[in-house]
Write a protein that binds this ligand. Structure first.
Ligand SMILES: *Cc1c(COP(=O)(O)O)cnc(C)c1O
Length: 365
């Protein structure tokens, strides 16, 4: 049996008519930017996330950057982020001119450890970005408690967690603003690049919208030196076709995750920890850890099972971030994760593939 790391085919087959219909609708209208599809998607996604505002934009990195820029964060400021995240979280901060300050995650949940935030706060710190890594909500209550004590803004990087619940509340509305990515591989994916910002803050929403559209509040009237980062009509139409299936897709991923959690019995593997009473994760990634990770990846590959590593090089060890001067070894939890983590196949529509992966893992010596 062949089990890819990810495939979009099962969902695309189910939604074939709807996705083709979405293309037809936009093409018939010949309206490609700033139209009805984008507006409707924003309304529908805001309602889904239980927030007042959703502002479509070009991608997830832009969404985070626009939030920071609209919040007045820039040169000389510091923004706390987890050491273990996709590099986009850090790049959004750097692009404003501010400095990303990395805080270690919990080894059990991979999410930002709120107890380690305070020691990194300086008079320059302006905000904390909590990442719901792998689709599991970060401990927002604890993070917000520390941040608010120091009058810091809290933003969510929800790029991996569309639809996840934190104590019954959807991510995207848990703090001052959230950035989402609709990169095709995300739980809600477009057929290309796309992203959005969600917030309950009217003023921030207005600024983000203006900044994303040349700093313009109405046509040819420019308040800010803005950017061009808009959600185009085709991607909005595709997202509208997919949004109604998001809960079903996430439930399917949860079922696969439960099967993995119950079925994998190999003592050499460390499984992800979830506090199911508090969180409803959406399993963007199902991560296991083992000291012999590369051997496990090669073994699974021989069995036709695709895997991936999230992320093989910790950000502070990337060439791009040598300027931060964070020595190798000084963020040991993050490094431990990048040395031992392996992501198993996880996508909508896994059936006997899950059992095959479990059996292969249990037979690994
Ligand atoms: C994917 C991702 C982003 C960036 O999204 P793009 O749409 O690719 O720009 C940001 N943060 C995290 C945690 C991500 O996984």
């Amino acid at each position: 049996m062949k089990v890819p790391f990810v495939t979009f085919k099962p969902l695309e087959k189910e939604l074939d008519d709807k996705l083709r219909g979405a293309f037809e609708r936009v093409y018939e209208n010949s309206w490609y930017i700033e139209g009805e599809e984008g507006k409707k998607f924003e309304e529908e996604f805001a309602a889904y996330c239980n927030v007042k505002h959703c502002i479509g934009c070009g991608n997830g990195l832009d969404a985070l950057f626009l939030i920071l820029r609209a919040s007045g964060i820039g040169e000389g400021d510091e923004v706390i982020i987890p050491s273990d995240t996709f590099i986009a979280t850090a790049l959004a901060v750097s692009r404003t001119g501010a400095r990303p300050v990395m805080v270690e995650p919990h080894l059990s949940t991979y999410n930002l450890d709120a107890d380690r935030i305070e020691e990194k706060i300086t008079e320059r710190t302006k905000a904390v970005i909590a990442v719901h890594l792998y689709g599991q909500p970060a401990d927002m209550d604890a993070i917000c408690e520390v941040a608010h004590r120091h009058h810091l803004k809290v933003f969510e990087d929800a790029a991996q967690a569309h639809g996840a619940l934190n104590k019954g509340k959807r991510v995207g509305g848990l703090a001052d603003a959230a950035g989402f990515s609709f990169y095709p591989g995300k739980n809600l994916g477009a057929l290309g690049d796309a992203g959005c910002v969600t917030t309950n803050d009217d003023e921030l929403a207005g600024k983000v919208r203006a900044l994303s559209n040349y700093g313009s509040d109405y046509k040819y009237h420019h308040v800010y030196q803005g950017y061009n980062s808009r959600l185009d009509e085709l991607q909005a139409a595709f997202l509208r076709a997919k949004l109604p299936t998001l809960d079903k897709v996430n439930e399917d991923r949860r079922n696969t995750a439960r099967k993995y959690l119950e079925g994998i019995k190999n003592p050499k593997l460390i499984l992800p920890h979830v506090d199911w009473d508090l969180y409803t994760p959406v399993w963007h990634i199902f991560a296991v850890r083992t000291s012999n990770r590369d051997a496990l990846a090669a073994y699974l590959n021989d069995k036709g099972i695709g895997t991936n590593i999230h992320y093989p090089t910790a950000m502070h060890n990337q060439q791009a971030y040598q300027e931060l001067g964070i020595a190798r070894g000084s963020l040991p939890i993050c490094e431990e994760i990048s040395d031992t983590q392996l992501s198993l196949p996880m996508y909508y529509g896994m059936k006997e593939e899950t059992d095959y992966v479990i059996q292969a893992l249990n037979e690994w010596q």
